[in-house]
Structure formats: C-alpha cells, structure tokens
Write a protein that binds this ligand. Structure first.
Ligand code: NAD
Length: 498
C-alpha cells in the first residue's frame, strides 16, 4: 500500500515512528494509502534541518526570494490538474472545487511575489537634530503551520508562501486525512528554487502538534482547524513563548431581507450551504429570514433547489458536491441531524442514509434542510460542517442581526438586500470578522486578510494580506546619529526630539 512519509531537507524522510494513519478514498470508503505519524524526534529533526537552512535563506535578497515565488506560482499552475485530482481523491470535493482550492493558494503565492515591497521598512530623515530613524521587518526564524483537512492547498499556501517569502524557514504539519497535496507543494517549491530545508512537510497528529508547540527553536505557529484545538494551540504555544495565530470553527449566517433578489439569494445560498458538502469554514449553514412571507418563500424555493442537487463521486463533472471526508465525520453530521429532529426543528429534507449506486460504502450525505430552527437548540449553536442548512425565522433585521452577533463563532456573515443603507449599517455593527453584502461566501482576496472573531480565531493577526507579513516578521527600529564633535551634557539625555 502507498505510504506518505515526510519531506525534510528536500527529500523524502521515513521518520522514527512506526505509527501510521489511514488515508481513505471518501468515494469508495476504502483505505487508499497510509501516512506516517511523526514522533517528537521527527519534529526535532525537521527543526534542525530548517535551522541549518535559515541563515542563508534569511539573507537571500528579497528579489531572489520573490523570484522563487514567481516560479512556484508557475509550477502550481502547470500542475493544476494533477493537484486537483489528488486533492479530490483524498478529500472528496469535486474537481471544480479542488481547482478553486488550488487557485486560492496560487493567489496567495502571487501576493507573496510582492515581498520586496511588502517587507520594506520605513525611514524618517531628521527625526531630531542629525537623527534618522529607520525600521525593518526581519524574519522570525524557524516557524510552523498546522493545517486542517478541508483546504489542503489553499491553507498551506496562506501560511508557508508568506512566511517563506519573508525569509523564514518552515515546518508544515498538514492534516493527516489528506496530506498528499501539501507534500506535492513542498516538492514544487524546491523545484522552484527554494533551497533544501526551507519548506519541510512533517505528517502527523496530536503528537506532532504538541512537539511543535513545545520545541524551543520554533518561533511562531499558525494554526487553522476546529476551535477547541485552536484554543489548545493558542494557550500551549503562548505558554512556550511563541507567537501564535489560531483560526477555529464557524457557523456563518445569511440574513435574507424581504427586499432581496430572492432568486439570486437562493441560488447563492444553495452553493454556499451545500457546496463542498458544507465542509468550508466560510460555508453558509444558517439562513435567517426576516418576516413570515420572506421565510415561507425562501423555505419553499430552497427546498426545491436542495432537492435538485446532484451528489456524486468527486470526479463526476455533473455532481454539485461529493462525499464528506470520513466515515466518522459522516456519522457526526447524521447525529446532528437527529439532534435537530429531537430538539423540535422541522426537517424538510433528510440527507441521512444517502447511498450512491456502486459506491455504497462511500461517505455521502444528502442535502438536508431544517426550518423553524431556534437559537437555543444545540444543533444551531454547534458547527456541523456538513451539507445541512438551518432556517431561523426572525421578524425584524434587528432581531436577525443579533443571531450572528451573539453566536459563539464569528467567522463570516452575509446579508441579502437591495437596501444599501441597511446593508451598510449591518456591516458596520455586526459582531463578525468577515461580511458579505449580497456575497454568500465573503472570503477576502489574498491582498486583504482572512480572519474571524470570537471563537473563530485566537490571536490578533489575520491570515495573508499585510497582516500575514506582520505575523511572520518582527520589527526592528534603529535610531541613529553621527555626531561630529563634543556632545557635552546631551550625551546622557533620553532623546525626546522636542
Ligand atoms: P481539526 O481541528 O480536527 O484538525 C486541524 C489540525 O489539528 C490537523 O492538522 C490535525 O492533525 C490537528 N489536530 C487534530 N486533533 C488534535 C489534537 N487533539 N491536538 C492537537 N492537534 C490536533 O480540524 P479539521 O477537521 O481538520 O478541519 C475542520 C475544522 O477547521 C472546522 O472546524 C473548520 O471550521 C475549521 N476551519 C477553519 C478555518 C478558518 O480559517 N477559521 C478554515 C478552514 C477550516
């Protein structure tokens, strides 16, 4: 059986651990490969290698680092089809979604191509008599990224492309569920001209994550995954003196106003709720309708749209979405559907027990729709992360807006309306990090930054954009003067520039 090992120092590395995880084909439900699960010694080895690559990479001039990124971008583009097929085969999302995942990664690599400008410092001439002040952004050293299963191309690029462009050397610990695309990306970066040891990919589970968090030579860790683990990473990493950003789970709401373009809103939300089997942290699993008439119309149209979705294998070009990632995740989603029923929500469409001919053991969940969901239900409060849309009824925009604002998660939110003033007020007031106005999945473009609020993100910098450059660098400020004579008493005075 195929074994996915590690990639350290520009080559495959077997590691010291005999522990292995299974990589499934979510379409068939069969194990297609295994992945080595790193020990703490394997992480230590990767850190030693990354440290030995650091001095020369950190002092490579920024244009040369940018040229590696330009070439990396070209290579990812050239290998798009291969990457998308590997991604679909391990994750289960359809090829079009896998290509979108890779493209979003490319967008961040493209942003990182601008590193000479992005990392430039600032200079003030004559801040005092004969005194100039300049600041520079220096790399942190050996840094790490820990990524989830649901975007195995985009999220490693969010972290590694910017960190490496800034002159750091990097240890990537991808999800053990679908590690092959991150491994391939590490190979492609070497092919693009990054020296060996600049990007190391170490596969593993909690053992590897804890070893990263405890290692004294890893200076910063970026994490994306579920909230409890994000919080663990944030607390433990900070206790070990590291800079940490840790993005967590989500439960994004879409507010449907009576004056929206209903046809467009339904079309948008069906894609945002069910696309990628709902396994997106920016999916839209809650629709809050304002007013009874809007609610009734939305529920009817959405039922019709959801019933017409095609669930298929990930290579089926006609399929709107494919299987979920694992049998355990399928069971979790189905348990939440039962919970919704038990809590008294109205189940309009039940995706449990969805079976596909010829793929009876695949991890498929059919589109599921609940109406009259209430905010005190646990099935509403928790993240389900599956193809389940919950409709909550509200009477006014004020009432509707309180729902995302008061929810434990605050990743994304959207409002569908033709009233600019209401949308503007909503965007300004809602207690959520990323807002869409008639945009169902408001994932910011690479040169803006990505990050939620509340339990959707721990730490104070976002992913990519200039926030990414800030996270992966430390600022140093130099105040200098070149006195040409006797400075007398002035020598011992703290300069105030007054
Ligand atoms: P996960 O939390 O199970 O795993 C994420 C990473 O943590 C993986 O690399 C995994 O190996 C590691 N890990 C798992 N258990 C661990 C433990 N006990 N201790 C330490 N490390 C552990 O998440 P997932 O299921 O891979 O991904 C889905 C989750 O990620 C969802 O909650 C989704 O909302 C979230 N997500 C958030 C964002 C965002 O930007 N906010 C983006 C994508 C996904």
């Amino acid at each position: 059986m195929r074994l996915v090992e590690h990639f350290i120092g520009g080559q495959k590395f077997s590691g010291t651990s005999s522990r292995r995880g299974d990589i499934f084909d979510p379409n068939s439900g069969e194990i297609q490969a295994q992945v080595s699960l790193a020990s703490a010694e394997d992480i230590a080895h990767a850190v030693t290698v990354a440290k030995s690559a650091l001095a020369s990479w950190a002092t490579t001039n920024p244009q040369k680092r940018a040229r590696v990124m330009f070439e990396f971008k070209r290579l990812i583009e050239d290998n798009m089809d291969e990457l998308a097929h590997i991604l679909s085969s391990e994750h289960g999302k359809v090829i079009a979604d896998s290509k979108g995942d890779v493209q979003r990664g490319i967008d961040v690599v493209e942003f990182a191509c601008g590193i000479p400008h992005l990392q430039k410092g600032a200079y003030t001439e004559g801040a005092g008599p004969g005194i100039d002040v300049y600041s520079m952004r220096q790399p942190l050293g050996v840094v790490a990224g820990i990524t989830p299963f649901n975007f195995p191309a985009m999220i490693p690029c969010w972290m590694a492309a910017i960190a490496i462009a800034c002159g750091n050397t990097f240890i990537l610990k991808p999800s053990e569920k679908d590690p092959s695309v991150p491994m391939r990306l590490a190979e492609l970066l070497m092919e693009a001209g990054a020296p060996a040891g600049v990007l190391n990919c170490v596969n593993g589970d909690k053992t590897a994550v804890d070893a990263i968090l405890e290692h004294p030579d890893i200076k910063a860790v970026s994490f994306v995954g579920s909230s409890d683990i994000a919080q663990h990473v944030y607390v433990k990493g900070a206790a070990h003196g590291k800079r940490i950003q840790a993005m967590g789970g989500a439960k994004n709401h879409g507010i449907i106003m009576p004056d929206c373009n209903m046809e467009q809103a339904v079309k948008d939300i069906v894609g945002a709720a069910y696309g990628s089997a709902g396994e997106r942290c920016m999916a839209l699993p809650v629709a809050v309708t304002v007013g009874q008439k809007t609610g009734d119309e939305f529920a009817e149209r959405m039922l019709d749209a959801a019933q017409n979705l095609t669930v298929g294998v990930s290579t089926d070009p006609q399929a709107h979405y494919g299987p979920v990632v694992s049998a355990a995740h399928k069971a979790k989603i189905e348990n939440y559907i039962q919970m919704g029923v038990d809590e008294g929500a109205e189940l309009k469409l039940d995706g449990r027990g969805h079976s596909l001919q010829g793929y009876e053991q695949g991890f498929f969940v059919g589109p599921t729709l609940f109406d009259h969901v209430k905010p005190d239900m646990r099935s509403y409060q928790d993240e389900i992360f599956g193809p389940v849309l919950q409709i909550v009824r509200a009477d006014t925009l004020e009432e509707a807006a309180l729902l995302p604002s008061n929810h434990q998660y605050g990743n994304g939110v959207a409002i569908f309306t033709s009233n600019g003033r209401a949308a503007r007020e909503f965007a300004s007031q809602v207690n959520v990090g990323m807002v869409g106005v008639n945009v169902p999945i408001p994932v910011p473009v690479s040169y803006h930054s990505f990050g939620g609020w509340k339990r959707s993100a721990f730490g104070d910098t976002n992913q990519h954009g200039t926030d990414g450059v800030r996270f992966w660098t430390k600022i140093k400020t130099v105040t200098q003067r070149w006195p040409d004579g006797d400075v007398g008493d002035q020598a011992f005075i703290i300069p105030t520039m007054s």
